[in-house]
Design a protein around this ligand. Structure first.
Ligand code: ADP
Length: 293
């Protein structure tokens, strides 16, 4: 509508000039907003792997703690794999055009879900240790049709939130199961989640479905916020930002990654008892849904 604000233009060239300036301001504001969002995205995306690297190096640097050689080696591996992840992320994030368009290019291929879950858990283990959280993983050996880096990114985001919003000494669990469309639909309806129609549509299109769950025993999310937490920049308690870190972008990114995989993501929670985040992904079927061969 901004282009039509100038309806009362007559013949005057001066007024036409004013229209151009108005458009310039609008574009500048748009660019400024995009730049702000871009900075927010960059800071969030860099924070998670950096936190893992810092935690791993922090443990290695403490001479007083006598780390066993295997644990020491594990910390080095965590720092190394997260550094690689950072390099990949920086490359991705610097592709401003894709960010501007809100599009992420996926490199989908058949991949082993158990490996993906193990990698995501490994990346978060140092953070869990630091928070006194026990991280339990029940992996499922199956093939999914996905971009492994993006699924690891989604799972580490969910795990990082679960750890962040849970008390010391509690557990965070990640598990996966193969389900048929009917049972997922029943699960979804039983849990009274939103977006069941979209979920059903995704499942019907892809056949077998993998249901991943990340469960914590943390502070929980009020029912009327279960959907809004997936919106960009949305945080239940903005004061969390200071001491817990985060920008409110993580779940929005998780949701677009899930959608790009024809999957769904939603949450169920009981305030004071904990939350479960659910993610559905298509199981890899022979030629792959996008293979076309
Ligand atoms: P960030 O964690 O960077 O703030 P997210 O988009 O990942 O952003 O999460 C948005 C908000 O949802 C969080 O700030 C928090 O208020 C809430 N939230 C997310 N995960 C959990 C969880 N497991 N338990 C409680 N609250 C959560």
């Amino acid at each position: 509508p901004t282009e039509y604000v100038s309806t009362p233009i007559h013949e005057s060239g001066k007024i036409v000039g004013a229209v151009v300036i108005f458009k310039d301001i609008t574009e500048r504001q748009l660019i400024e907003r995009m730049r702000d969002e871009f900075i927010a995205v960059v800071s969030h995306e860099l924070r998670t792997p950096l936190t893992s690297i810092r935690a791993a190096l922090g443990l290695l640097a403490q001479e007083k703690i006598d780390l066993q050689p295997e644990k020491r080696q594990r910390m080095v591996e965590i720092a190394f794999s997260n550094t690689n992840r950072l390099v990949r992320l920086v490359n991705d994030i610097l592709d401003v055009e894709r960010i501007k368009l809100g599009k992420v290019t996926l490199d989908k291929k058949p991949c082993n879900l158990a490996n993906i879950m193990a990698q995501a858990a490994d990346e978060m283990r140092a953070m869990a240790d630091n928070h006194g959280i026990q991280l339990l993983v029940d992996p499922l050996t199956t093939q999914i049709w996905a971009d492994p880096d993006r699924i690891i990114q989604t799972l580490t985001n969910l795990l990082s939130n679960a750890i962040k919003f849970s008390p010391n000494g509690s557990t965070v669990e990640m598990r996966a199961q193969q389900v048929d469309s009917k049972s997922v639909s029943r699960v979804a309806q039983g849990l009274n989640v939103t977006g069941t129609d979209a979920l059903q549509a995704g499942i019907d299109a892809s056949g077998s479905v993998i249901l991943l769950q990340v469960t914590d025993r943390g502070q929980g999310i009020p029912e009327n916020k279960l959907e809004t937490v997936f919106a960009r920049f949305e945080q239940l308690d903005a004061s969390d930002n200071g001491h817990k870190g985060g920008t409110g972008l993580g779940l929005a990114i998780c949701r677009s990654i899930a959608q790009e995989h024809d999957g769904e993501i939603w949450a169920q929670s009981q305030v004071g008892c904990g939350s479960t985040f659910f993610l559905t992904l298509p199981e890899y079927a022979e030629a792959g849904p996008e293979d076309g061969s």
